[in-house]
Design a protein around this ligand. Structure first.
Ligand code: ARG
Length: 469
């Protein structure tokens, strides 16, 4: 034969084998070998299913299962064997190895099935396992967030909108805000895994198997709880892979946004955090530098994850019904995104856990009187002044303070009274940072009590993820 090795999976109809360069071009073993554990599990389940259907004897099925076990053991310990294989794809690899061991009996296994349904099934099994691994990595990150929220309870910081000082926040509230996004991600990966839980086996190449396969029993044998409803859809549906990529792209977005905050906070201008040596790098030129490279790489790698999602969308767009070889292009984007995102999540978790927040600097920044301007307006409202009018009065007060070169906390009460007679001596309490924080005691607000309650609820959800990855 021109290329490949061992038993061909097709070719009876061909006079000549594939050109060597084309064979290299069309092979997928180099990357789909990652599916080998699922391929072998599927082969074992299939040999049992076709024995029940009367195609193999019980004894034949047992011999096939034993041979597949041997192949699995060798694959686990003999990387050179896998590296040197010239198999076309993971299905070809397993079948060749089986026929090498069992001869004609090995050649019986492919009865009544197609690689089209096999690859769809194995890819679903992979996505389910990968989604579980992402949840486990997320559990570490969410744990790091819960610990930072707990260890920094009570520390204030300036909250911003449009990157301008807005209202004070608790640092724990800020870190838990990122935590909520990651909790949604963990939930999203669970949904991805649930939706991939639908077994295409029995769909044949496109029209359904012509042999009496008990599809439900076969699905259960492989850990699926459901079977696909339409054979033609089943061999070409890649929604589960798109959903996995969407979940990964969304997580990458959240990581990238956390990274952006920390990079800003680590700048000299902010000085809110001290970067951990273990997750930072220096400059080869400037001795004073400690750079947030872990977070910059997390932010930078996000682009690849988006690219993978876009690549798979584009592969799917415009495909006619049924399996097309284009679909072989589905796996690499998912593998590549996973290979980047899992360490992004783990490194993010470790770097965040090791980050020190500079309480002194945060408290000092949170004392900016501009952060409590809203409090004055709310105070006037409590005295019966309509909010729009109160807003106007405070604006004038801010301008007056500015003209006098004073902060609004320093401006004498007499000056305020000029703007409205309702101002009283309790204004100084209203302007205290602590009271601005304490007033935001609604559920989900930044008051210390609300944040403690939120942290408790956050931890309860985290424990579920930790116990059920
Ligand atoms: N390597 C192929 C893939 O990844 C397996 C299915 C091949 N089917 C076919 N009809 N050529 O999609």
């Amino acid at each position: 034969m021109t290329a490949g090795e061992g038993q061909k999976m097709w070719g009876g109809r061909f006079e000549r084998g594939p050109d060597a360069s084309f064979y290299e071009f069309e092979r997928s073993w180099q990357f789909d070998r990652r599916l080998l554990p699922y391929e072998l599990a599927l082969d074992r389940a299939w040999s049992r299913a076709i024995a029940i259907a009367g195609i193999l004897t019980h004894d034949e099925s047992q011999r096939i299962v034993a041979a597949l076990d041997d192949i699995e053991l060798r694959a686990e310990s003999d990387a050179a064997w896998l590296d040197s294989s010239k198999a076309e794809d993971v299905h070809h690899f397993a079948e060749t190895a089986l026929i090498e061991k069992l001869g004609a009996l090995g050649a019986k296994l492919h009865t009544g099935r197609s690689r089209n349904e096999m690859v769809a099934t194995e890819f679903r099994m992979y996505v389910r396992a990968a989604a579980r691994e992402m949840r486990a990595a997320l559990a570490l990150l969410i744990r790091a967030i819960a610990d930072q929220a707990k260890n920094n309870l009570g520390v204030p910081m300036p909250g911003t909108t449009h990157m301008q000082h807005a209202q004070p926040l608790l640092l724990s509230h800020w870190v838990l805000a990122h935590g909520e996004a990651f909790q949604r991600d963990a939930e999203r990966f669970r949904l991805v895994s649930d939706r991939a839980d639908c077994c295409p086996l029995g769909s044949g190449a496109l029209a359904g198997s012509a042999f009496p396969i008990d599809r439900k029993a076969l699905a259960h044998d492989l850990g699926f709880t459901q079977i696909t409803a339409n054979s033609l859809d089943a061999v070409s549906d890649r929604d589960f892979a798109l959903e996995m990529l969407f979940a990964m792209a969304t997580l990458a977005t959240h990581l990238s946004r956390l990274a952006e905050d920390i990079i800003l906070f680590a700048s000299t201008e902010f000085g809110f955090v001290e970067l951990p040596d273990e997750y930072s790098t220096g400059s080869s030129l400037m001795p004073q530098k400690k750079n947030p490279d872990s977070w910059e790489l997390i932010r930078g790698k996000t682009g690849r994850i988006y690219g993978a999602l876009m690549a798979l969308f584009t592969v799917n767009k415009g495909l006619p019904s049924s399996y097309q070889r284009d679909l072989q292009e589905d796996k690499e984007p998912v593998f590549a995104a996973f290979d980047q995102l899992k360490p992004m999540t783990q490194i993010g978790a470790a770097a965040l856990a090791a980050t020190k927040f500079r309480h002194g600097r945060l408290r000092e920044a949170a004392q900016d009187p501009a952060l409590v301007a809203t409090e004055i307006a709310d105070y006037l409202v409590a005295q019966g002044i309509p909010f729009r009018e109160a807003h106007e009065i405070v604006g004038k007060g801010l301008r007056a303070a500015e003209r006098q070169g004073k902060s609004i906390r320093e401006m004498p009460i007499g000056e305020w009274k000029k703007l409205s007679p309702v101002f009283g001596p309790e204004l100084s309490t209203v302007l205290a940072l602590e009271s601005a924080l304490a007033r935001r005691s609604v559920a989900g607000g930044t008051a210390p009590g609300a944040v403690r309650a939120a942290l408790e609820d956050f931890n309860a959800r985290l424990e579920k993820i930790e116990h059920n990855p």
